[in-house]
Design a binder for this molecule. Sequence first.
Ligand code: HEC
Length: 99
Amino acid sequence: MKPRFTFVLVAAALALAGSAQAAPAEDYIAANKCGKCHTEKTTKKGPSFASLAAKYKGDAGATAKLLNTLKTGGSVDHDKATGSDADLQAVITFILASK
Ligand code: HEC
């Protein structure tokens, strides 16, 4: 029984790690209530992620700009986002890849 039990534990750990890796940006967006104002495709209080992706398409500085906006409020006086730069960059990458 023991080896089998170990196998189950390892499988569970891998499943957890896998889900955390699959969607860190989506987890962040859910945890930080970005969805109150944004959805992927439709304009709510804020623009849809797909429309932001279209707006910043081809803009090599987009990630830096949006990181600044999320951290400081930027020129649009956005709600300040919490989290590490790495978290925010993952979110921005996710947003800019939206269609
Ligand atoms: C209270 C509503 C609200 C919440 C909550 C909110 N946003 Fe926004 N967001 C807006 C509005 C409104 C705009 C459009 C601002 C403008 O362009 O004038 C915007 C714009 C943006 C932009 C584009 C900024 C730019 O410079 O073009 C990004 C990226 C963004 N939001 C990401 C996020 C993320 C990530 C979260 C969660 C941490 C979030 N927003 C939470 C309302 C919100």
